[in-house]
Design a protein around this ligand. Structure first.
Ligand code: NAD
Length: 473
């Protein structure tokens, strides 16, 4: 973010002038410092609606954190939380939750809203959150857990479940200026055992730029045991476009988490690719993904490596012009690199059976694929195509236990976005609840989350990594 705006923000007078003119003054987001780190520390306030069903899983997850776990004193629904805490040998501290009495600062608020099935029961959201909204730390996390509206027994329950999304997205906008985020996890009936991985991610500094999002967790067998410090140990990951930008960050992050990385890029990027792979002990593969022999070649490379567990289709380009001015070649090249090649390669890998059981296929879409953008009809078409492909393939592969997901980055600081004209770039960077661009590592962390064994219940999701950008929200 080394630009003029940030230089002005770096001075006290600059901040004061920009603030008084109504310009956003972003806070520095808390991100992992090289290591995965502790997923949550400080104090977390845990609450539940009447008849909520997933407190046991929430308590188990929080017991593995370094946070002090609190519940609102006198809360009528504490019995189940306390019983679960007893089983986990977790001390829970009641705190007096009134705006007048509360001085405690919270690093996270977690609310089990799975019992909310009527419009009247939505009042419980106000009851839990209202007294504590002023007591959030900088970069705090709010996570709400609810049920899927599409599984609701009746129309009112569907309405109540859907209401959680509007609530969550609104409080995300209210707390974003403090660098804090709010996200909703929707859990299919019977899939509570799959909550742990998504919760740990959303509560952690790794999800610094994931804000105002809805993640769906569906039924899946219990995830295999794994080492939380090195969850990808023993796994092989293919990352396309790995020489720089987001792809480089993905390669580095997956290697940090224990994966053996095969990084792929074009001939022109071979030197940079070699340097990145040498640094992380990965294997460079030079190929143009649009070449007609690329699918077979990449499949063979994975077979030589004993198969692939994680496939990240990251390589992509922009060739921007309004449609009236766009040469056919720009249209075709963008569609072919960003979408056509992805489909052809993935089809080959599945047909050759080189993606392991419990494999992870991860696409890279874009916020502009959701919202559309002037001058990006080719790019947006290709990135919307990635979303359609991921959702369909996830359903197709449900029985094979291979998950398929996509990230949709918003404004991420890379060479791709550095090439955008200054004024457009500045607008793109600030138009989100956190008032700043993301960094490649933010996208990489979301991809590493999809790749983890603990994400076995996460499939068919398109997760925006955009700081809750107003575009296409
Ligand atoms: P980048 O231009 O820095 O990196 C893209 C990489 O893909 C490069 O290493 C490039 O050599 C490689 N590549 C391009 N064509 C290839 C081909 N035919 N075969 C093999 N490799 C090829 O871009 P980035 O910003 O790091 O973007 C990475 C991905 O994230 C892209 O899919 C992009 O569309 C997506 N994305 C980026 C942003 C952002 O703000 N930067 C936002 C949304 C989505």
């Amino acid at each position: 973010m080394n630009d003029y705006y940030d230089k002005v923000l770096g001075t006290r007078i600059g901040r004061s002038v920009l603030g008084s003119l109504g310009f956003p003054t972003p806070v520095e987001l808390r991100r992992p410092d090289g290591e995965r780190g502790v997923f949550l520390s400080g104090s977390v306030l845990l609450g539940a609606s009447e008849d909520a069903a997933l407190q046991d899983y929430l308590v188990r997850c929080l017991a593995a954190s370094e946070a002090r776990v609190c519940i609102p004193a006198g809360c009528g629904h504490a019995a189940r939380i306390l019983a679960a805490a007893g089983r986990e040998k977790l001390d829970i501290d009641p705190v007096e939750c009134s705006q007048e009495a509360l001085s405690e600062r919270f690093s996270a608020l977690v609310f089990d809203a799975t019992g909310i099935e009527t419009a009247a029961q939505l009042n419980q959201l106000h009851g839990f959150f209202h007294p504590v909204m002023r007591n959030l730390d900088h970069c705090a996390r709010v996570v709400i857990v609810g049920r899927r509206p599409e599984d609701a027994p009746d129309a009112e329950a569907a309405a109540a479940r859907a209401a959680l999304e509007g609530f969550c997205r609104s409080i995300a906008k209210e707390i974003g200026k403090r660098g804090a985020t709010a996200n909703l996890v929707r859990v299919e009936d019977g899939a509570g055992g799959m909550l742990d991985g998504p919760l740990r991610f959303l509560l952690s500094p790794r999800a610094a730029y994931v804000d105002g999002q809805v993640l769906t967790v569906t039924g899946a067998p219990e995830p295999p045991d794994f080492d939380p410090a090195q969850p990808l140990a023993g796994r092989t990951a293919l990352v396309t476009g790995a020489s720089r930008g987001i792809g480089e960050a993905i390669a580095r992050t997956l290697a940090r988490d224990g994966a053996r990385v095969i990084g792929l890029d074009i001939e022109a990027a071979a030197d940079d690719l070699d340097a990145v792979m040498a640094d992380i002990g990965g294997k460079p593969v030079v190929a143009d993904i649009t070449h007609e022999k690329a699918p077979r070649y990449i499949s063979q490379k994975l077979a030589d490596a004993g198969g692939g567990d994680i496939i990240v289709h990251n390589a992509g380009i922009t060739r921007d012009k309004t449609l009236a001015n766009m040469p056919e070649a720009w249209w075709e090249q963008t569609l072919d690199i960003n979408l056509g090649a992805v489909l052809r390669i993935n089809e080959r890998l599945l047909a050759d059976d080189v993606i392991a059981e419990h494999g992870r296929i991860i696409g890279v879409s874009s916020m502009n694929g959701i919202a559309g953008q002037v001058g990006q009809s080719n790019y947006a078409a290709s990135k919307a195509g990635v979303i359609g492909w991921v959702r369909h393939l996830a359903a197709d592969l449900r029985d094979s236990r291979i998950t398929v997901n996509a990230v949709a980055p918003g404004f991420i600081e890379t060479q791709m976005t550095a090439a955008i004209p200054m004024v457009t770039r500045e607008i793109g960077r600030r138009m989100n609840s956190l008032s700043q661009g993301g960094v490649p590592g933010d996208v990489a962390e979301a991809i590493a989350f999809f790749a983890e064994p603990g994400s076995a219940g996460v499939t068919g999701n398109v997760l925006r990594v955009c700081g809750q950008c107003v575009v296409g929200a």
